[in-house]
Design a protein around this ligand. Structure first.
Ligand SMILES: [Zn+2]
Length: 437
């Protein structure tokens, strides 16, 4: 470590107020997804700022992607600063969208109130604090005038909370997350200032439908209830598959440790006729749409199966289908269909990848302790970088406490913002062959 490094860290410490102000400005734009509000304003806040600092800025609307329309345009921003030729590109990617605030807040979710070391607001932790930290990091690097080879990039992308197809997925399809344009990707999701996230478990989403035969609800024996068949399937999930999944443990350090086993969640169940919207009036009489007496001819359940690196996607699908086939053999009238919604394989960036080692050294330098290497229970935009960008040099590293994400009174610690920004700047500098190795 040398004088350049010390000056860079001091430069970021000096920008503490600016870092807080940028996080506040981002939180105050309510980019709620769904439906995808105010993306354009948020992309422009970042783009115009970086353009003033000498970055080349592009706005890329994912026209035609899921969710994109003129009232909710899916606008992404990519900003690039070129150093000397011959080096590699370090890219910081953050998602602009936040989930709805929901109930239970004691602070205005979009006021970005600061109390002590905490900055409160929806998205402060997941992940506008991380975006602001990466912006201050690259600005400090550029302003420091330390010669470096390669390029710095920042992107603000949409829809991570709903799969990222109009965001990183879209840009990856255009080559924005592949060499020779980009070589190292850091996603400042709120994993904690001293933790490096190397990847995530796999996911398989599928809809299972059971089928029956419609009849009058007063004579159910004349029909065959699809809800009854679904009940039998759900019972098997609970009593047969569930215990087996809990025994399958991964060697990958997924956090929290409860997610080091395979898991299955049933996201939703819909059977029979559509849900009626009736209410009770003051006298206790039902008003509005009332249900009709029908035996359910169809019932659908959406499964969210998360699998570990030791499992295969084919195996995950096959064990569900085997249970359904067994029910078909043993339960009179049982019939089913399966529709796959999406799947992603587990991802794991090599422990010795340059982006991992540089970030680990930077954490040790800034915080004076060794990093913890973890993996995430759920997927995030790394899945698109790996699958579509075919780039495995990608980590998640950023400020904030993961458990606070999507909760009421979400906050990010200001000290953590500053420290993570210092780590990001130092890691980027090392990757671009600058001082500080
Ligand atoms: Zn996030």
């Amino acid at each position: 470590m040398n004088a350049n490094t010390d000056a860079l860290l001091a430069r970021i410490e000096d920008r503490r107020e600016e870092l807080v102000a940028l996080t506040q400005a981002l939180v105050r734009i309510p980019t709620i997804n769904p439906p995808g509000d105010a993306y354009e304003a948020c992309a422009h806040l970042l783009g115009e700022r970086l353009q003033r600092r000498g970055f080349q800025v592009q706005y890329l609307r994912a026209t035609g992607a899921p969710g994109d329309n003129d009232s909710h345009p899916r606008v992404n921003v990519v900003a690039r600063f070129e150093g000397r030729p011959g080096g590699e590109c370090v890219h910081f990617n953050g998602h602009l969208d936040v989930v709805e605030p929901g109930p239970g807040w004691t602070h205005d979710p979009f006021a970005a109130t600061v109390v002590g070391d905490r900055l409160y607001g929806r998205g402060s932790c997941d992940m506008k604090g991380g975006i602001a930290a990466s912006v201050i990091a690259v600005e400090a690097l550029v302003d420091a005038g330390i010669p470096f080879a390669g390029a710095l990039e920042i992107s603000g992308t949409v829809d991570e909370e709903s799969g990222g197809y109009a965001g990183v997925g879209y840009l990856a399809g255009l080559g924005y997350f592949s060499p020779p344009r980009v070589h190292h990707v850091i996603i400042p999701e709120p994993l904690g200032v001293d933790r490096i996230c190397l990847g995530h478990r796999g996911v398989w989403w599928a809809e299972v439908e059971t089928r029956g035969r419609i009849a009058h609800g007063s004579m159910p024996f004349l029909g065959d209830s699809a809800i009854g068949h679904m009940g039998a399937f759900l019972h098997r999930l609970e009593t047969d598959l569930g215990p087996r999944l809990r025994q399958r443990r991964t060697a990958v350090p997924v956090e929290p440790p409860g997610a080091r086993a395979s898991t299955l969640n049933v996201n939703s169940v819909h059977g029979g006729q559509a849900e009626q919207r009736f209410a009770m009036d003051a006298e206790g009489r039902p008003v509005g749409e009332l249900p009709a007496p029908l035996v359910a001819h169809s019932c659908r359940a959406v499964l969210d199966r998360r699998f570990i690196a030791e499992e295969t996607l084919d195996g995950v699908k096959a064990e569900i289908v085997a249970m359904l086939d067994e029910l078909k053999r043993t339960r009179p009238g049982f019939d089913y269909g399966v529709r796959e919604i999406m799947s992603f394989l587990p991802s794991a960036t090599p422990r010795d990848a340059p982006v991992v080692e540089a970030t680990a050294r930077a954490i040790a330098r800034v915080l004076g302790r060794e990093p913890q290497f973890i993996a995430s229970p759920g997927t995030y935009d790394q899945k698109h970088v790996v699958r579509t960008g075919r780039l495995d040099q990608c980590i998640a590293y950023g400020p904030g406490i993961l458990d606070l994400a999507h909760q009421p009174d979400e906050y990010v610690g200001i000290e953590a913002l500053v420290h993570s920004s210092q780590v990001m700047a130092l890691a980027a500098l090392q990757l671009m062959g600058g001082a500080g190795r």
